[in-house]
Design a protein around this ligand. Structure first.
Ligand SMILES: Nc1ncnc2c1ncn2[C@@H]1O[C@H](COP(=O)(O)OP(=O)(O)OP(=O)(O)O)[C@@H](O)[C@H]1O
Length: 701
């Protein structure tokens, strides 16, 4: 919901986005005419990432720029502002309150990574550029503060206002027709608790956290209270379902929708003086921790999928943060990456234990939660460790081989058989002949993962984002929507909910800029898969009088480093350096040197028409797999109506898997096999050409 506003007194046009975050009237504003004020050029960052094209109320609070924390600190010091160096933010006195009311309070938080600010007293927020503008104006006008109402909002469009009102009414309607647990007859309350497997959570705890039951859909209601008046901003509905194996799975829905839902559940119960908190992945876990340990505990709004930086100021007061996000490897990975945002020094992590317990399960099984929390380990990385320290990590990996192997593709079971899954921190290099369908295939492969919650960032330099999103939406809906336009909104609404982001770069790009954007997106959106289409678009600005392949190797090296340091998977599409008509592509067709092929964890090749068994068909070949060494090839059919790939029907194809062979050998083995087949086919083809030639000769005669 974007609004245009005037910066009062300065006749400067600002673009403002209304946000439901934690406050009643809480602006995120972005200066797009900053040159008007003091001619500072717009940071390239500002336009570097775009949200999904289908969104009109972007989830992106993205006003990032290339400032460093040193820049921020120096600038603030140059303005004689006293700074407290916090964990993820600098704390400064609010410039939106007069000196007498702000006293010594440092209630304005400036994010050390992006420079975004939030004043917790007045709830004004904005970008680093906005803060600088405000400070410049204060200097120029010799004022000691600005009014929090310095931004004048125009009403939202009628449509937006109506949607917003409808949402709020729906929140109120559900809330008022839900029943507090304490008002339920004891038998009913017990039944509900059994259904949700929370029999050990007392009615008193449920009451303290304000949990209710919404009977019509048998869901628990978790409220989102926030703002100076602690009013109801939204809610989360959670329903429980029992699976065949007698496990309970939970489904959740939020109002407002997930991308605007920023509830740190449990925050209103935290005292100003509390210096310790336990961060959990679900509301049930937060209640379990609070009940059995008495410690303040808050749940993340979107579980382990992300920790939006906009929430960080609310966690600054804690000297110690224990992350207990769940019991699986994904939660463990998330807790490691969130602790980097929170500041490693103060974070400790609960490692998934032998029985993989989250807090609610631990409580249900009568475990001692205090004891589990005491066993949490420091998030700070030590440069030298002994096996004794690694011992539990190794054990955890052995115990959870399936989870360690990564996220499985739902649409490509053959790929699971070879690669085992999609893992964080790896670099996948993907190639194929020109126009063979590389973009189309990677689009579906990444979409498959994104639909399972893998936060994905696309850098599509070759085709524009609208075209790419159209391909993805077709693959998502599994049909051509141009023929069913009436279904567009239905699919677009669902597609919009995916954790999918696009860089807005197009054409040749500077590698540093791309790297900075990727790094930023990891911070802002907890991106764990970056797709780059394609590497050649990063080479244009390099000095190509030096060896082209040396440049390519160097760029691959940058991506490698990024994948490792940010623990983020990078899929890099590369055009082959040479294509020969009668030969399949090999690793050597892509890489300039052995070094570059060493950098990649996985090398995938989309082979085209080379398998004579199925003419015209593409095959996907894995020629390198660092995880467990399996390589192989399998055919792919293309479904034009949905732009998707699938494996041919059973019996028609065979997965050829080469287990445990070194990369080179496997490659050779594969190509030998292919060559043999090709040779056979060529002879056959030659024979048939001969006979058809003979036939036509005869016909001519
Ligand atoms: N297996 C396939 N069979 C037939 N057509 C395909 C196949 N895969 C993709 N296509 C179509 O081919 C066209 C080119 O596909 P795409 O852009 O994915 O290829 P590419 O390899 O990325 O191209 P480039 O080499 O230019 O980067 C698209 O129109 C796509 O729908």
């Amino acid at each position: 919901m974007w609004r245009r506003v005037l910066l009062k007194d300065f006749t400067c046009v600002l673009q403002v986005k209304s946000s439901t975050f934690l406050h009643q009237r809480h602006f995120t504003h972005r200066l797009f005419t900053q040159k008007l004020l003091h001619g500072r050029p717009q940071p390239p960052w500002l336009c570097a990432i775009n949200s999904r094209p289908f969104k009109n109320d972007s989830t992106l609070e993205f006003t990032g720029n290339a400032v460093t924390r040193t820049d921020i600190k120096q600038y603030l010091l140059s303005k004689d502002i006293s700074i407290h160096d916090g964990y993820s933010s600098f704390h400064i006195p609010s410039i939106f309150m007069d000196a007498s009311s702000r006293r010594d309070r440092l209630s304005l938080f400036v994010d050390k990574t992006t420079g975004r600010f939030l004043c917790k007293d007045t709830l004004v927020e904005g970008s680093w550029e906005d803060l600088q503008d405000c400070l410049e104006v204060m200097d120029r006008e010799e004022q000691d503060h600005l009014s929090p109402h310095v931004l004048l909002g125009y009403p939202e469009s009628k449509e937006e206002q109506e949607e917003h009102d409808r949402e709020l009414q729906e929140v109120q309607r559900i809330w008022s027709s839900s029943v507090p647990f304490t008002d339920l007859p004891e038998d009913d309350a017990q039944l509900v608790k059994t259904m949700f497997q929370i029999t050990n959570i007392s009615n008193a705890t449920l009451k303290r956290f304000g949990v209710r039951l919404f009977k019509p859909i048998k869901s628990l209601v978790f409220p989102w209270f926030a703002g100076p008046d602690s009013s109801l901003k939204g809610l989360k509905l959670v329903s429980a379902q029992r699976t065949d194996t007698d496990r309970v799975t939970y489904n959740e829905a939020t109002l407002p929708k997930t991308s605007s839902y920023y509830n740190l559940f449990g925050l209103p119960l935290v005292g100003h003086m509390d210096s310790e908190v336990v961060l959990t992945g679900t509301e049930l876990d937060a209640m379990a921790v609070s009940q059995s340990t008495g410690l303040p505990s808050v749940a993340l709004p979107r579980g382990v999928s992300c920790l939006p930086p906009i929430l960080l100021p609310y966690l600054e007061q804690f000297k110690r943060v224990t992350l207990w996000l769940g019991g699986d490897i994904r939660s463990w990975e998330a807790s490691k990456s969130f602790s980097r945002k929170l500041g490693l020094r103060r974070c400790s992590l609960v490692r998934p234990g032998e029985y993989q317990l989250c807090a609610a399960e631990a409580l249900a099984q009568g475990k001692n939660l205090k004891h589990i929390l005491r066993g949490s380990i420091s998030a700070e990385h030590k440069s030298i460790v002994s096996f004794q320290q690694l011992r539990d990590d190794v054990y955890g990996e052995l115990l959870n081989t399936e989870q360690v192997a990564g996220v499985k593709w739902t649409r490509f079971p053959e790929l699971n058989k070879i690669l085992k899954g999609h893992r964080k921190g790896e670099l996948t290099v993907f190639t194929g002949p020109t126009g063979s369908g590389k973009t189309t295939f990677i689009s579906e492969m990444a979409l498959d993962l994104c639909m399972q919650g893998v936060n994905t960032l696309w850098g599509s330099f070759e085709i524009n984002n609208v075209r790419l999103a159209k391909v993805m939406l077709t693959q998502f809906a599994m049909q051509r929507l141009e023929k069913n336009l009436e279904q567009y909104d239905f699919w677009a609404d669902k597609f919009e909910e995916l954790p999918l982001y696009f860089m807005t770069f197009h054409g040749q790009q500077n590698i540093k800029m791309v790297m900075d954007t990727m790094q930023h997106s990891v911070y802002l959106h907890d991106i764990n898969h970056v797709v780059i289409d394609n590497l050649q678009f990063m080479m244009g600005q390099e000095n190509l009088s030096v060896d082209k392949f040396a440049v390519q190797d160097r760029i691959i090296g940058y991506f490698r480093k990024f994948a490792t340091s940010c623990n983020c998977h990078v899929t890099l599409i590369i055009h082959p350096r040479k294509e020969e008509d009668d030969r399949e592509l090999q690793m050597a067709s892509i890489f300039g040197s052995a070094k570059a092929s060493q950098e990649a964890d996985n090398v995938l090749i989309l082979q085209e028409k080379k398998l004579v068994t199925c003419p015209g068909r593409r095959s996907l070949q894995v020629t390198k797999n660092r995880f467990d060494g399996d390589v192989g090839i399998f055919p792919l059919d293309f479904v034009k109506t949905s732009l998707t790939f699938c494996t041919p029907l059973k019996g028609k194809h065979k997965l050829r898997k080469v287990i445990g062979k070194p990369e080179g050998e496997a490659d050779e083995g594969e190509s030998k096999e292919v060559q043999k087949k090709e040779k056979g086919a060529k002879t056959k083809a030659a024979r048939s050409t001969k006979s058809s030639a003979a036939g036509s000769e005869t016909a001519k005669k």
